[in-house]
Structures are given as structure tokens and as C-alpha cells.
Design a binder for this molecule. Structure first.
Ligand code: SF4
Length: 267
């Protein structure tokens, strides 16, 4: 192998039910290469290291600046974005595999639509009518904006789900990204009007109770979102919501709720 080249090993599969095969490609080294450029090199000349012609590798990519989340894959066994993974910083040979927690489409391309379905399942939106002007919404304080902004940076890449032991075929756990969005919407001045629906959904199948606090999610998030903090906060909100529901506060004052009020507990 010439000195100015390196090897990329890629797990390939023509479809979910097709046979798995590994192929190795020899890539010409240039400074500051990223993994996406390696895949483009292969697409330009789809020939394996042993000289066999093959097809270009299928993968998702879009913005190439760690904003769209599309190019998430396992790089040397670690979930991350192919656009921001620099060859200079990676052990060689570089091993590329698709994320394993999402249905495979082909090669390195997976279907992450379950994340969007789970955002819908947990009511992560603000309902607006849109057919007539309803005026300006409530303002968000600069302090809340400061807390909310890091949470709003999620790119739905799925890395946090990939690394989570509780996201598997035996659970419906929605994962840290979705819990973080519930927190973001619940703190928004308009979004919090529907916090109750989100918390009810979070108490259901696949909700916050499925989190075992492994804390892997926060280590792989490319946007450094405080995911464990969001998990803790939603845990707290759900617990509070459950207790207050149990105390029947939502249905007006009861003898029991009056007693709790005397103890200084307010909803
Ligand atoms: Fe990706 Fe982080 Fe969003 Fe999870 S929370 S989907 S790791 S950006």
C-alpha cells in the first residue's frame, strides 16, 4: 500500500434482507479529509482495494456542516456525523457501519423516521390555528432563552438513541432527543399551555420511566445538549404532575388538597 493512502472498511448490504458483505477501499490521503469526502472518492471510482468494480456506497448527507443530522453512522464503532469526522483524527483502517437502532435501507443509509413519529407521539409541537391573526404570543425571558437555546440545537441525528441500551426491539423508549424536546416545549411560554398533554404522554409506554440513566446519550451528542439534565427535569415534571393528579387538584379543591395547601404545597 502506498504511503500516502489509507484503508476504509465499509459494511455493505443491498437491502434489509440482503447478505452483509465487507468491502475495503484504498483512499488517497490529503490533509483535512473528512469521512464524507472518502465516500465521495469511492463514488467517483467505485473499485475495491483488491481491484474489483463495485457500486458507490449509499449514505445520507446534506448540509456537510453538522446541522442537518443526516450523515450519522458508526465510525470505528462510535455513532457520529461523517461530515465532522476528520480522517486525521481517526484510527486506521477506518470502519464504517450503519446505525443499528433504525431500519436499514441500504449500506450506510437508515430510516430515522421513528424519531419524527415519537416527536408526534409526545406532542412536541405548539398547536396554532393559522387561519386568522391571533396577535403576538407571550414573550420569552432572556433567562429562559439562554436555557432553551442549547436544547433547540438538536439535529435529530439519532446518535443518542444509537448509544442508549434502553432503545432496543424490546422497548418503545423514545430516547433522550425526544425527552429533551418535551422539556423545550414545556418551558416555552406558548408550548407550556399544552404541557399536561406532553407529560401524560411521557407517563405512557416508552416514556421517561424507561430511562435507566445510563448517561451515554450526553457523551455522543454532537451539539453538546445537556440531555441528562433534560431527563432529570422531565422526570421531576412527570412526578409532580402525577402527584398533583393523584391529589385531585385538577378537579377543584378537595378535602385532601385543602390539607396539602395548609402544609404550604401549591400547584
Ligand atoms: Fe443528535 Fe444530540 Fe439531538 Fe440526540 S439530542 S438526536 S445526539 S443532536
Amino acid at each position: 500500500m502506498p504511503e500516502n493512502t489509507f484503508i476504509v472498511r465499509i459494511k455493505r448490504q443491498a437491502g434489509p434482507d440482503e447478505a452483509v458483505r465487507w468491502q475495503e477501499f484504498e483512499i488517497r490521503y490529503r490533509p483535512h479529509l473528512n469521512v464524507i469526502t472518502c465516500l465521495r472518492d469511492i463514488a467517483e471510482r467505485p473499485v475495491t482495494r483488491s481491484g474489483d468494480g463495485t457500486t458507490p456506497v449509499t449514505y445520507d448527507a446534506n448540509c456537510l456542516e453538522e446541522v442537518c443530522g443526516a450523515c450519522a453512522m458508526l465510525i470505528n464503532g462510535y455513532p457520529r456525523q461523517a461530515c465532522s469526522a476528520l480522517v486525521d483524527n481517526l484510527e486506521k483502517p477506518i470502519c464504517l457501519e450503519p446505525l443499528t437502532k433504525f431500519p436499514l435501507i441500504r449500506d450506510l443509509q437508515v430510516d430515522r423516521s421513528i424519531m419524527f413519529e415519537n416527536l408526534k407521539r409526545m406532542h412536541c409541537w405548539v398547536p396554532i390555528d393559522g387561519t386568522y391573526a391571533i396577535g403576538a404570543g407571550p414573550r420569552m425571558s432572556p433567562e429562559d432563552q439562554e436555557v432553551g437555546y442549547p436544547m433547540a440545537r438538536c439535529i435529530t441525528c439519532g446518535n443518542c438513541l444509537e448509544i442508549c441500551p434502553k432503545v432496543n426491539e424490546h422497548t418503545q423508549f423514545v430516547g433522550a432527543a425526544i425527552i429533551n424536546q418535551v422539556r423545550l416545549f414545556n418551558m416555552h411560554p406558548t408550548g407550556k399551555m399544552h404541557a399536561r398533554e406532553r407529560l401524560e404522554a411521557m407517563m405512557g409506554p416508552g416514556g421517561i420511566q424507561d430511562c435507566d440513566n445510563a448517561q451515554n446519550c450526553v457523551k455522543v451528542c454532537p451539539k453538546s445538549i445537556p440531555l441528562t439534565e433534560s431527563n432529570n427535569e422531565i422526570n421531576r415534571q412527570v412526578l409532580k404532575h402525577a402527584i398533583w393528579d393523584w391529589l385531585n387538584f385538577s378537579e377543584g379543591p378537595t378535602e385532601r388538597s385543602e390539607e396539602w395547601k395548609k402544609l404550604g404545597i401549591q400547584k
